[in-house]
Design a protein around this ligand. Structure first.
Ligand code: NAD
Ligand code: WQD
Length: 360
């Protein structure tokens, strides 16, 4: 009898991880999740189980706990890993760089060591468009939209940890060509699961635009602070490539399926941008979300935020052609799904009001 093979998802209770767990299971993959729950809630797993109508093996483990990780690899026939678990707040990383290096880089090294011990050499890794830095630094070359050949220059400690891990995976592949490393550089993930059951649930004051706007819409914040309208864009506010989290989750499934098409023993190290190729300004996002909510949400223009850049828009051609993946959903779809998630869970996972556990 064939043994069931599993995909280990680290950080699978988090925002992007929980959506990816759902997409993987719906595509027929068997999944085991680990998460320390440092920035997430077990409720996300319970809700994912409800969406897929099956139990999801989950272990509350910190990546640094190699003994516990080893046990998961002993107990499950793991064929590959999708690695989401990390700290992700850009501003906080400048205040606490050692915590970021320790958690993100240290955690990834621990994971890769355990994978190595168990002969598991397939990893899909969550990287970020932040590794490209400020592409307006190039005076003699226009790198917009940004393809994977654009030189990298992460600015924040967070961005440097993301890039360091890319390099560690690349070095591992150089040392042993049978390693398969798929590095996915996400642009700006937004939105929520269309069921209204999963979404982003930031602790404290949201750093990101749409989670902040959502809290304005439900009265948890007074108004949006728009960080500068003196940029060289169509309305003066910065441009980003906002991608629906479900499209992004499907990008991980596509990357895994691509790796599975390789010959036995054949390795790879490859970077793919996951974005839509379409840029929106802050005010365009404000207008799109206000339209879904049905009233103009209050905002106020304040000074620029340190570290912000004018434009980060993807050229997703490589992922489109090689992975056969393309973002299908629009900013309007993401706003609609975010609003449903927000209305049905105005305090996110914090209020334990979810009644649909499969098991009670
Ligand atoms: P998230 O915080 O919702 O999810 C990360 C998960 O990892 C959380 O559930 C957290 O509890 C867990 N975690 C953190 N450190 C851990 C550790 N040491 N051991 C075990 N679990 C740990 O964040 P997200 O938005 O879902 O991001 C997922 C990944 O995608 C991260 O690696 C992030 O850097 C990357 N990324 C996110 C964005 C974004 O805008 N959300 C953009 C680009 C890249
Ligand atoms: C988007 C735009 C702000 C909040 C961050 C990380 C990046 C990646 C994705 C992880 C910017 C403006 C925002 C607000 C505003 N994450 N804004 N008022 O900065 O593009 O990317 O998340 O890898 O690494 O840096 O996303 O949502 O914070 O900002 O005006 O209250 O919205 O200035 O132009 P960002 P964001």
């Amino acid at each position: 009898m064939a043994i069931d093979k599993y995909i280990l998802v680290t950080g699978g209770a988090g925002y992007i991880g929980s959506h990816t767990v759902v997409e993987l299971i719906q595509r027929g993959f068997k999944v085991v999740v680990i998460d320390s729950l440092v920035n997430s809630s077990y409720d996300a797993i319970v809700r994912a189980e409800y969406i897929v109508r099956s139990p999801i093996p989950f272990f509350k483990i910190d990546l640094h706990d190699k003994a516990a990780l080893n046990k998961v690899f002993d107990d499950y026939a793991i064929e590959g890993v999708i690695h989401f678990a990390a700290f992700k707040a850009v501003g906080e990383s400048a205040q606490k760089p050692l915590e970021y290096y320790e958690n993100n880089v240290g955690g990834a090294v621990a994971l890769l060591e355990v994978m190595s011990t168990h002969g598991v050499k397939t990893i899909v890794y969550s990287s970020s468009a932040t590794v490209y830095g400020d592409v307006s630094r190039f005076k003699d070359h226009n790198y917009l939209p940004i393809n994977e050949k654009c030189p990298t220059d992460p600015v924040s400690p967070y961005g440097k940890t993301k890039y360091a891990i890319e390099n560690i995976i690349a070095d591992l592949h150089s040392s042993d060509n049978s390693w398969r490393g798929a590095v996915l550089r996400y642009f700006n993930p937004i939105g929520a699961h269309p069921s209204g059951l999963l979404g982003e649930d930031p602790l404290g004051v949201p750093n990101n635009l749409l989670p902040y706007l959502a809290q304005v819409a439900v009265g948890r914040r007074d108004k949006l602070n728009v960080f500068g309208n003196d940029y060289d864009s169509r309305d003066g506010t910065p441009i980003r490539d906002y991608i629906h989290v479900v499209d992004l989750a499907q990008g991980h499934v596509a990357a895994l399926e691509y790796l599975k098409t390789l010959e036995q023993g054949q390795g790879l190290y490859r970077v793919w941008n996951l974005g839509t190729g379409k840029g929106s300004t802050v005010l365009e996002i404000h207008a799109a979300f206000s339209a879904v909510v049905g009233r103009e949400l209050p905002y106020n223009v304040v000074g620029r935020r340190a570290g912000d850049v004018l434009n980060l828009t993807a050229d997703p051609t490589r992922a489109n052609t090689e992975l056969g993946w393309k973002a299908k959903l629009t900013v309007e779809d993401a706003c609609r799904d975010l609003w449903k998630w927000t209305m049905e869970n105005p305090y996110g996972f914090q209020v334990k009001n979810f009644k649909w556990s499969l098991f009670n």
